[in-house]
Design a binder for this molecule. Sequence first.
Ligand code: WT7
Length: 650
Amino acid sequence: MNDPGKNIESVLTENRQFPPSSEFSAQANIGSEQQYMEMWTKAKDDPSGFWGELAKENLDWFQDFDTVMEGDMPETKWFTGGKLNASYQCLDRHLVGPRKNKAAIIWEGEPGDQRILTYQQLHHEVCKFANVLKNLGCETGDRVTIYMPMVPELAIAMLACARIGAVHSIIFGGFSADAIADRNNDAESKLVITADGGWRRGKEIPLKANVDAGLEKSPTVEKVVVYRRTGGDVTMTPDRDYWWHELMDDVDADCPAVELDSEHPLFILYTSGSTGKPKGVLHTTAGYMLGTTMTSRWVFDYKEDDTYWCTADIGWITGHSYITYGPLSNGVTSVMYEGGPNWPDEGRFWQLVEKYQVNIFYTAPTAIRAFIKWGDQFPNQYDLSSLRLLGTVGEPINPEAWMWYHKVIGNEKCPIVDTWWQTETGGIMLSPLPGVTPTKPGSCTKPLPGVVPAIVDEEGNPVEEGGGLLVMTQPWPHMLRTLYGDHERFVDVYFSKFNGKYYFAGDGARLDSDGYYWVMGRVDDVLNVSGHRLSTMEVESALVAHDNVAEAAVVGFPHELKGEGICCFVTLKSGDGSDAEKEELKQHVRKQIGAIATPDKIKIAPQLPKTRSGKIMRRLLRDIAAGRDVSGDVTTLEDAGILDKLREDD
Ligand code: WT7
């Protein structure tokens, strides 16, 4: 286990409860425990009836589906026979009523520039860009890589892909050229959509230059579209690279949404696993759209005049589901911000909350810990009274951070929804319903309707008390369908542990006597750095690709801001590792994977602690990285003297 011990201890002592106010419950989309229990029980006992009715009411169909669900997990197909389009669902159907001229996206760039796109304007841009894609030879089913800053054109590009049935694969702008190449190659992308650059803490991120370097190693890509954001210098390769604005000049806005099968792939999103290359998580149209539409309405309690802000980057699943597809399908006004939270100063988020009168605010524990560190004077300078609901996602939230969020940001009146889910689950799985569930700081509380989790031991037996593995016992519409190009790996990674009976994606959790879930963290070799998944193995491969590295082992350690930091134990081929060489290794990993994977600590090891059979003893390395006494059995260690040497190098 990735040392969940520390979390378990802190959550076990957490007894505070915060029920929603009666005013909040009275206006909530789901307003009573009874209503929740009825929905949950119906979804569990009659999933076809439950999801089928919701799909009829909440999705726009070009052709009705024949069957709600077909086949057992992991091969369940949803809404077969039906035809729909995700871009139509997010745009066209809002144009016939009062939402036509309502703000869909309120955008602010880091330098302070602003744009507002109404549903009608967004529709217009999406239709035009869909025609651009067609002119570039992009067809239904083709894969398109998107590597962009947080500008409205990112949402436009994804919805334009969805409109013609091209499958988008978005790569977070913090990833490196090598990471772009790997993902292009795995998806066999035909087209890349990027920008000259984007702004982050006053600096320009050179997106186009990264794409250029990546394309040297990704032969399937034929064309590149470049959106001009920063005005920085870029090299345009003739007959390959085209400016967004020039292409948009040549097209009209007439582009009917393609009628796609329910199970047509909507997107691929790469995420880290404990072994092998990143996994191309594939989501399909109808199930994903129903899941994100319903979960966002239930959990964020959307009302017609809400201003909603999710601070994630669209390059992660949170941004796919809860900046683009969920909110737009509900016709909500979504705020989108390009840059860093501490630019030009640490009050930027709160300045935006005041300026746009944000009502619903969704962020990550890592950000909350940074706000706490920066000091209350920043939020206290602004009027945050518009806020009515707060959310978190990405990692377990420590009760102290929860309490700070509750008091300083929520003024003790906003429910907090701690939402547990994953790239693979497509949408929120465990979360309070803000008008129903009394919250406990640090717990993601209960399953949403349609989610039937369990805590089991290694053999799959239910665990009544104490911790175990968190599994899903029933399929849900918005679950991943496969890992792109490798269905065998999909079955193996998520379903083989319990012989196909349960979905398991790597988290440990415990259930308390009130039936609340407390997620303790990963149980595999996956790090959770600032709410983002990184595999220890990927960082290790990056390290051993360096000329002077003989062997490397990477572990996480508790980090005040990031949740988990990255500690690398490295055996060199020559030399004993100067500070300059350690810095070089950090930069090397950064270049290979991206800034998010930059190691926090490099420890030079004359050799790595191994068992007599040659397995690296990661448990010991985790203790050393965390500065703890080495616990447990060390008798199988080949050379016991090695531990002291590792501890010395700090
Ligand atoms: C992993 C999924 C889902 C969007 C962001 C991350 C951890 C996520 C919580 C939470 C405790 C959480 C889990 C999960 N996680 N939300 N509320 N409480 N842990 O997506 O990169 O697919 O990572 O993030 O460990 O497995 P992801």
